[in-house]
Design a protein around this ligand. Sequence first.
Ligand code: 13P
Ligand code: SF4
Length: 310
Amino acid sequence: MGKVTVMNQAEIIQEIRRLAKERDALILAHNYQRDEIQALADITGDSLGLSMEAAATDKQVIVFCGVHFMAESAAILSPEKTVLLPRPDAGCPMADMVTPEGLREVKAQLPGVPVVTYVNSSAAVKAESDICCTSANAIKVVNSLLEPEVLLVPDRNLGRYIARHTDKTCHFWEGYCPTHDRFTVADVDAARAKHPDALFLAHPECPPEILAKADHIGSTSGMYDYVRQSPAKTFIVGTEAGILFRMRNENPDKEFVLPTSRLVCPNMKLTALEDVLKVLQTMEPRITVPEEVRIPAKRALDRMLAVPRD
Ligand code: 13P
Ligand code: SF4
């Protein structure tokens, strides 16, 4: 019988670093990943920021600790690189709420109406879209368009948030993020009662009645900037629990609380250190996008990237 070697956490991390160097790999982690994955990563960030890091790096191998659509975005922007997803079963239920076939049907009913698609979507859905957006730039993207009407896909909550900041007629896809959608006004009120001086931050994936209570609404990266510059000392953070790791590290004099322990995305928590090690050992699974999908999907992403930031 072969000898089974059991490695402890420090040994796994050491071996990941050694292999990453040998493979010329960059390790990226989304802001919602487990603490130990964020601590290990070369770069942490939001969905789109990480894909742009993947495109900008000289390294030829990208280990994307996140969910499937994020690794796909990196593969769309950098087809010449090897993009590895440590847990191929880490999907995004919201991204799965729209299919290219379903989108084509709705588009046929709305001729001439541009489709604005959140980056939390498959490459095939991006390929059917006119332009992409993220939670950080969605309002600017929509207002940059000349048409008076838009179809916002797939997040109904982000869609309704955008609609409050544009004069355009908005049509909504009724998708949602199950993690952000399951948190309630009662959770916010209870947290505020416990922390009366705290500011409440919310991600635009939260339902409208939650956003109505927020002192600040923004993407995960926007939240980091906000808490850094705010004179407040306590923050109730209305997004996935993983965001607290860097917030606490970067702001040791401030306090961060979650309004509910239900703010955990099971898909984001799948990736473990062992998975990162395995993907570097085997160089599988690799995420690729066929050219007939990649080219139109890249067009929608590039069009978004061309929208001025300020
Ligand atoms: P951002 O990090 O782009 O704000 O995305 C939030 C999210 O839900 C990613 O799955
Ligand atoms: Fe998808 Fe929501 Fe999880 Fe992000 S937090 S990956 S939007 S289910």
